[in-house]
Ligand binder design. Structure first.
Ligand code: TRP
Length: 446
């Protein structure tokens, strides 16, 4: 084992780190707008089913491989494959994961930058007394202004890379301890406020009463992709965190806790946001601006609205920070594994992500109509293809590696469960998660 690797200091620290990775834009920004575009409750139920049947067992597989390998994802896969007498090409899976998070981080950083902008606006009281129409128009004007967006994107990447170059275990622990409880409190408050509005009833109906006729293979594929995205599974990023996991911690319990925390954050955000949507007669399918427009509208009507909204965007920013740190980790760990200094690796990754992120920035103005593939512009491409195709594909390969390639004894030890639990987990991965992912991917692509 590689003893020089850092470790999370406590069990709680590991769970918080993985929750920090999982909870982010996926829950508060992407979940509501994707649910809106895919018709509501049927999508939501599919997504929860995928979290349980697929996301959870594959998440356990991914963390388990990291804990068994105790190296960067590429090196862990190579090392464990050699131990199992399997092909050294499994290392490529680590590189594929690094490529996936690279694409994701390029838009993630830009959208996180939106939270910086909105934080500053709300601290300055910019939304106080603004009408819904004015708030919507303000958002559109912001999207059309690449310079402001680039400034925030740059700032956010620097914040991320500073923590990453300090080493995640140290850098993250303190941040997470404070952040997650506060975020929860605030979302509860928001959902509580939503319950007093007339949009609350329609929002609940829309979120929880499924319209089965809205389900197409494409909707199912969106739901599966989102389950992977929100749990941060499928790109070897949790594998990288698993390498720092203490030996005597129950992995299934940690993964279960994370999944529950992750889904509840999304549900609370969804309830708050859709209550506003229905109270204001807005369109649930409004797209990526949904959260950024609805929440300022909601808060503008609350006493102390500017203060609450500032706290909200601050927490959102911190939540996206802990997620983007996780997104950067596999790339930095890979370069570090190739002999680079951690700080240099972080700088290189930061610069490359920054450059590609410019494409997302310009997708809202100059390059909006530049559609290089599948009729999608650059932002639509990086925010759709990696989450919905690369992550399930990566998850599929991780699952195959964990449940078919790794020797049983090593897998069981790293999973830290008894024989019964192991059989259950492996059965789920082999006979449910793997075939289900394949079927949905093939059907969705066809
Ligand atoms: N899960 C995060 C979110 O919902 C995004 C994220 C962090 C992620 N790390 C990841 C997605 C690794 C895929 C892979 O905002």
């Amino acid at each position: 084992m590689n003893e020089t690797l850092e470790r999370w200091s406590t069990r709680r620290a590991f769970i918080l780190a993985v929750t920090g990775a999982a909870v982010g834009l996926g829950n508060i920004w992407r979940f509501p707008y994707i649910t809106g575009e895919n018709g509501g409750a049927a999508f939501l139920l599919l997504y929860i089913a995928f979290v349980l049947l697929l996301g959870l067992p594959v998440m356990m597989a991914e963390i388990m491989v990291g804990r068994a390998g105790r190296r960067s994802p590429v090196q862990s896969l190579g090392h464990l494959a050699a131990q199992a007498g399997a092909s050294s090409r499994w290392r490529w899976l680590g590189l594929f994961g690094a490529f996936t998070v690279f694409c994701i981080l390029s838009f993630y950083s830009v959208v996180s930058g939106w939270s910086i902008e909105f934080l500053v606006i709300s601290i300055n009281g910019g939304f106080v007394g603004a009408s819904p129409a004015e708030i919507g128009a303000g958002f559109d004007a912001f999207l059309a202004d690449p310079a402001r967006m680039i400034f925030n994107h740059t700032l956010f990447l620097i914040m991320t890379m500073l923590v990453v170059s300090a080493g995640v275990a140290k850098g993250l622990e303190r941040l997470n301890n404070l952040l997650m409880p506060l975020l929860y409190l605030l979302l509860l408050l928001l959902a509580g406020y939503a319950a007093t509005t007339e949009g609350f009833g329609p929002a609940l109906a829309w979120l929880f009463l499924p319209d089965v006729s809205a389900v197409t293979p494409l909707v199912v594929m969106h739901a599966m992709g989102h389950a992977f995205f929100t749990l941060a599974v499928g790109a070897c990023a949790l594998m990288a965190y698993g390498a720092y996991m203490p030996d005597h911690q129950s992995l299934p319990r940690a993964a279960g806790a994370v999944a529950v925390l992750d889904v509840t954050v999304a549900l609370l955000a969804g309830i708050a946001i859709f209550s506003v949507v229905f109270a204001q007669g807005m369109d649930p399918g409004e797209g990526p601006g949904l959260m950024f427009v609805t929440l300022p509208i909601a808060f503008a009507q609350l006493p102390w609205g500017a203060l609450w909204l500032s706290i909200f965007f601050l927490l959102l920013l911190l939540a996206t920070w802990t997620s983007s740190i996780n997104l950067a980790e596999p790339m930095v760990a890979t370069l570090q594994g190739m002999g680079l200094k951690r700080g240099h690796a972080a700088a290189i990754v930061g610069l490359a992500v920054w450059l590609v992120g410019l494409l997302t920035v310009l997708s809202f103005s100059t390059l909006a109509e530049w559609r290089p593939m599948f009729g999608m512009n650059a932002f639509e491409l990086v925010s759709t293809i990696p989450p919905e195709i690369f992550l399930p594909l990566g998850g599929l390969l991780i699952a195959i590696f964990a449940a078919w390639v790794m020797p049983e004894a090593a897998a069981r030890r790293a999973l830290g469960v008894g024989p019964g639990g192991f059989t259950l987990w492996r059965g789920l991965v082999r006979w449910v998660a793997i075939p289900l992912t394949l079927v949905v991917l093939v059907a969705g692509l066809a």
